[in-house]
Design a protein around this ligand. Structure first.
Ligand SMILES: [Zn+2]
Length: 259
């Protein structure tokens, strides 16, 4: 297999994967979305909630706040040595203690672990009036997107790499010119794909060649676009997903060897 990174920033990565099948590429994509554990608030103890939102809604909003965390330092609650009671290895507690008037923001969440905090400080949580209070403790644990959407790790898209086919009567330049600028470029007399996702998006522009030029999707080369929607870096989500797909394959091999 071959990987070529097209773009890589903290929360977004685009790459191509060559020499794999559709099943493997899709298993990776699905694991990036819902099979990588992320940290999210899943329990809230309220002392006072005199704000505009009732308890369930406020707890729901807290659950959706993306948290920055080091995924290598935490255990799943049900796999932790504390037996699921909650300890610094599997749990992070946030405290909100705010007096009104004003809005309560994610920046008001005081973490008991200085390495774990909301990804952004300016996410509005609730609004409290004059002489009203919000005081609560919120507990965050690792969880999977396949169990609850608040733990979704990424938005991951995978497409078959575009293959441009054309009759000999049509020049490479005609094809490149048919697309918006920056999607394709000429490399000598051949066509180079700059952005496979844009080619896919604008595939209709080849309709004007009336079947003499078309785009097919490869079934052995794929383009991935992965955007993190949790506190993990996109590259770490890809790495963790590949480890987990590999682990499943080893588990299956072990089971199959006992048949
Ligand atoms: Zn624990």
């Amino acid at each position: 297999m071959k990987i070529n990174v097209l773009e890589n920033s903290d929360y977004k990565i685009k790459f191509t994967l060559e020499g794999a099948g559709v099943g493997f590429a899709n298993a990776l994509r699905r694991t990036m979305i819902s099979g990588v554990p992320t940290m999210a608030i899943d329990w809230v103890d309220f002392q006072f909630n005199e704000g505009a939102l009732f308890d369930e809604m406020l707890a729901h909003r807290l659950g959706l706040i993306p948290l920055k965390f080091d995924y290598t330092k935490f255990n799943m609650l049900n796999e932790c040595e504390c037996g699921g009671k909650g300890c610094p290895l599997c749990e992070v507690v946030f405290v909100i203690n705010r007096k009104g008037p004003g809005a309560v923001y994610s920046g008001d969440m005081k973490s008991t672990n200085k390495e774990v905090k909301p990804l952004y400080d300016n996410i509005p949580i609730t609004e409290i009036g004059h002489e009203k209070n919000v005081k609560l403790e919120a507990f965050a644990h690792l969880g999977f997107g396949k169990d609850h959407a608040k733990n979704q790790a990424a938005i991951a898209v995978c497409i078959g790499y575009p293959l441009i086919e054309k009759d000999s009567g049509i020049s490479a330049k005609q094809i490149v010119d048919a697309f918006p600028k920056g999607v394709l470029k000429l490399s000598g007399t051949s066509i180079e794909i700059v952005d496979p996702f844009k080619v896919d998006e604008f595939r209709d522009v080849l309709d004007k060649f009336k079947g003499k030029a078309k785009i097919k999707a490869s079934d052995s080369k794929f383009a991935f676009n992965v955007e993190s929607v949790c506190g993990m870096r996109a590259q770490d989500i890809v790495l963790e997903a590949s480890k987990r797909v590999g682990k499943k394959a080893v588990e299956f091999k072990d089971l199959a060897s006992k048949l």
